[in-house]
Ligand binder design. Structure first.
Ligand code: UDX
Length: 446
């Protein structure tokens, strides 16, 4: 009999995982405690913007014409417990308010709600990003709360998907990491992932703590790489160097690699910032805080970029934002997403607004979320509208749409042809030829 799978939590991670499991051929039941989300998903609608996810979902959601019918949704833990052989926990682990540590309340609540309904052998698989040591604790809790006792087992299987590429990353992962305590758990996970493993994804088996650490280590490395190049941008600015050329040149060294060396306003989102902070907090609890003090520096370099962007803009408009109009292109933390969590773009927009500037924001997909977080900013329906009458235009999220903007058309509506590229993604020559003053982080002023 084919395994039946439940996916608990239907955010970016869970919704994508549920649809991907159905695509791999399993019967899947997705669960969330928010009824509106479940209703939307049940109609084949995705509560967020993620390229390709709606199509994947609609191929499998039961009741949609032409679908495989393998994917259903519920709010009932009882139904999930009865249905599943393998239960994936995909709830979020945000940063705690006023603390670096990670908030485990959703994970704990999911385990507490599911465990009493596990009456037969089942494998519970944690996917959420958690502090190392959580799996050992949760395995004991599961065995104590589940009627099936030790037959209700735990595995840890961190997820590395990137927003904007969630579908691709889930169906064709570059590695599958599983932390297990038994051969049975490994066997079940090999069955779940037989297709991607068959297609070449490496399957790496380890213990719980190492599996938990792989995720935080990977995100810390990525954050460090970005802050490294942003630190080089600071030095380039002081020394009249060009960080874009520098990144290109060091990136040709295969040991360094070109990816994640894009200097700019830095990293944001629901993962990297909170993951490095939670990692520092956990290392402190373990008495290993010295090992991670460098992450504090990684964090400060990153946050400094936002302040620097504001200063550059203030200088560009003559030393004060009072009475100045600033257009902000981009609100999401990265392109191809509608996620504005800890977005550098919105942070910069907010700071300029607080300093008296009149800020108008445009983003292709993030407007609704941005309005919710920063209702006091002005919003426009297009880049052109946002730029109307602007004393400075800020490019803060590198959507393709912005790279394809016509500098002449934009130049016709602004008050001053002044652009500041916070992502080093526009072509300086193109803008300068059209009469713009182009400035970017870590690059010489022309
Ligand atoms: C990240 C990890 O990449 C993923 O493996 C993990 O599962 C979740 O966290 P994500 O948050 O979707 O994924 O974004 P990512 O593509 O890593 O970008 C993070 C931030 O870094 C964005 O704000 C992006 O703009 C910024 N960034 C990225 C840079 O500033 N420079 C770069 O060179 C690369």
């Amino acid at each position: 009999m084919a395994l039946k799978i439940t996916v608990i939590g239907t955010g970016y991670l869970g919704a994508t995982h549920a649809a991907a499991m159905a695509e791999l051929g399993f019967e899947v039941l997705g669960l969330d405690v928010v009824p509106e989300k479940i209703e939307m998903l049940g109609r084949g609608e995705v509560p967020m913007y993620e390229p390709g996810l709606t199509e994947l979902l609609r191929r499998h959601v039961a009741g949609i014409e032409g679908s495989s019918g393998r994917l259903r949704f519920t709010t009932s833990y009882e139904e999930a417990g009865e249905f599943g052989d393998v239960h994936f926990i995909c709830v979020n682990t945000p940063q705690k308010h006023g603390e670096y540590a990670c908030d485990m309340s959703h994970v704990d609540a999911a385990f507490d709600a599911l465990a009493p309904h596990l009456t037969r052998p089942a494998l519970v698989v944690g996917k959420s990003t958690v502090p190392v040591g959580s799996a050992v604790r949760l395995a004991a809790r599961l065995a104590a709360l589940a009627p099936a006792g030790a037959e209700a087992e735990l595995a840890w299987n961190p997820e590395f998907l990137r927003e904007g590429f969630a579908v691709q990353d889930t169906l064709h992962p570059d590695r599958i990491v599983v932390g297990v305590a038994s051969e049975r758990a490994e066997r079940l996970l090999r069955e779940v992932y037989a297709k991607p493993v068959g297609a070449g994804s490496p399957f790496i088996v380890m213990d719980y703590p190492t599996a938990e650490l792989v995720k935080t280590a990977a995100n810390s490395f990525l954050a460090t790489k970005i802050s490294f190049i942003n630190a080089m941008a600071e030095v380039c600015e002081a020394a009249d160097g060009d960080v874009v050329k520098l990144a290109e040149a060091i990136g040709h060294d295969e040991r360094i690699g070109r990816k994640f060396l894009r200097a700019g306003v830095g990293f944001g989102g629901g993962c990297l910032p909170k993951d490095i902070r939670a990692f520092m907090a956990r290392a402190g609890e373990l008495g290993a805080d010295q090992a991670l003090t460098f992450l504090r520096e990684v964090d400060s370099i990153n946050m400094r970029r936002r302040g620097h962007m504001v200063e550059l803009t203030r200088d560009a408009v003559g030393g004060s934002f009072l009475g100045k109009r600033v257009a902000v292109l981009g609100a999401t933390f990265k392109p191809d997403s509608d996620d504005v969590r800890d977005s550098p773009a919105l942070n910069v927009a907010g700071q300029i607004h607080l300093q008296g500037g009149q800020v108008t924001v445009y983003d292709p997909k993030g407007m609704e979320n941005a309005r919710r977080v920063f209702p006091t900013l002005d919003y426009a329906d297009s880049a052109l509208e946002a730029a109307r009458g602007a004393d400075a235009v800020l490019h803060l999220t590198e959507w393709r749409e912005f790279r394809e903007l016509d500098p002449a058309a934009l130049g016709a509506v602004v008050s001053e042809r002044r652009i500041l590229d916070g992502r080093n993604a526009l072509d300086p020559e193109l803008w300068r030829e059209a009469g713009w003053t182009y400035r970017a982080l870590g690059r010489p002023q022309a």
